[in-house]
Ligand binder design. Structure first.
Ligand code: NAD
Length: 337
């Protein structure tokens, strides 16, 4: 089955999605949509078989269209996704799924009710390096997971309408929730707005999971380092994902603490063994994401980054946002029944 889809939002990120979907053999890029004709004009020549429009309604009204890909500004995600699902289209939404928890949960429920695929672009979850880390964790080779932390830093684009938490956080939060595989019980965050009032440029977040695992985030676009890193500390091994590296994306350290039995475990020795660098496929993660969406639609199955995963990330973002304005006061998260 070939999936006919349309991409909405063709400014910065949407064209990357259009390019990847267009190159998939099992996919037809039927529509490109943006409110700006000038932006559409920039891309017409690349996709001669695609119809370009400024009217989102054109996509909703196309009975032959299977799916809609939403790459518009974040505040528009919820309303556009609802319209797509109401029109019975399979729906792909850029991160974060929505700004409000209630909207995110309602979208996940609507997709279930309509039996449509709802997928969120939790890009890193599909990164071959993160997949390799997940395998290491699930195989038990890292031992018991103690904690993990992510660094997403740059002297980069300063967004006027979105703080570092909402702009950068979805990547690391989606990965942490997936790697740990638990619903967090509590989060907290502190941060500061140095460049613009009430838009935090630097955020330190903390996620506590029921098993005792702690996740820590350092998010900033006001930093001399360009860093995209995730570190997982286990009782047997420690593993680092470094997306700035080209050949050494994942490094596994055979290091860990060893209790000293002769002193009743009073103090701990350190075991330091080999360092291993597994080979990681160089496939563009966005291509894998696009393939996953198209095959989920074709096979009628749920992707890992479905609407519920998207809503879980929004819950963490929302709770961290509340903690942020209360100087880091922890916020409890409701547990699923
Ligand atoms: N996954 C990633 O790594 C990644 C990276 C960058 C951006 N993003 C996400 O991609 C999305 C888009 O980011 P951006 O920086 O390109 O945003 P942007 O605000 O620069 O562009 C959004 C575009 O959507 C269009 N638009 C808005 N409402 C529309 C409507 N009703 N109908 C048609 N077009 C409409 C606007 O005209 C604009 O051209 C955001 O959700 C962002 O979070 C994801």
């Amino acid at each position: 089955m070939s999936v006919r889809l349309g991409v909405v939002g063709m400014n910065y990120w949407g064209p990357n999605l259009a390019r990847n979907f267009d190159r998939l053999p099992s996919c037809e890029l039927a529509w490109c949509c943006d409110l700006s004709t000038a932006l559409l004009d920039r891309h017409r020549a690349s996709y001669p078989a695609t119809t370009f429009t400024t009217r989102y309604e054109d996509l909703l009204a196309d009975d032959e269209l299977d799916a809609i890909v939403i790459a518009t500004s974040v505040p528009t995600h919820a309303a556009l996704a609802r319209m797509a699902l109401d029109a019975r289209k399979h729906t792909f939404v850029e991160k974060p799924l929505a700004l409000e928890v209630a909207d995110a949960r309602a979208l996940a429920a609507l997709a279930d009710e309509r039996q449509r695929v709802l997928m969120v672009d939790h890009l890193l979850v599909y990164h071959p390096a993160i997949q390799a880390m997940k395998q290491l964790i699930d195989s038990g080779s890292l031992g018991r997971i103690f904690y993990l932390y992510g660094n997403r830093l740059n002297l980069g684009i300063v967004r006027p309408d979105e703080n570092a938490l909402w702009s950068l956080g979805p990547h690391d939060i989606s990965v942490m929730l997936w790697l740990v595989g638990e619903r967090p019980v509590e989060v907290s965050a502190t941060g500061e707005s140095y460049l613009q009032p009430d838009v935090e440029d630097v955020v330190f977040g903390r996620i506590r999971f029921p098993s005792g695992v702690i996740g820590h985030l350092h998010l900033s676009w006001l930093d001399p380092h360009k860093m995209r890193r995730m570190t997982v500390i286990g009782s047997e091994k420690m593993v680092v994902f470094d997306d700035m590296e080209t050949e050494r994306k994942v490094t596994v350290y055979d290091k860990g603490p060893v209790p000293r039995t002769e002193t009743y475990g009073e103090y701990i020795q350190v075991r330091s063994g080999d360092i291993h660098i597994p080979k990681i496929a160089g496939t563009e993660p966005l291509r894998i994401v696009c393939e996953e969406f198209v095959s989920s639609v074709a096979e009628g199955r749920r992707p890992v980054a479905d609407g519920h995963a998207g809503a879980a990330v929004v819950e963490v973002l929302d709770a961290m946002g509340k903690s942020l304005v209360n100087q880091g006061t922890p916020v409890a998260l409701a547990q699923a029944t």
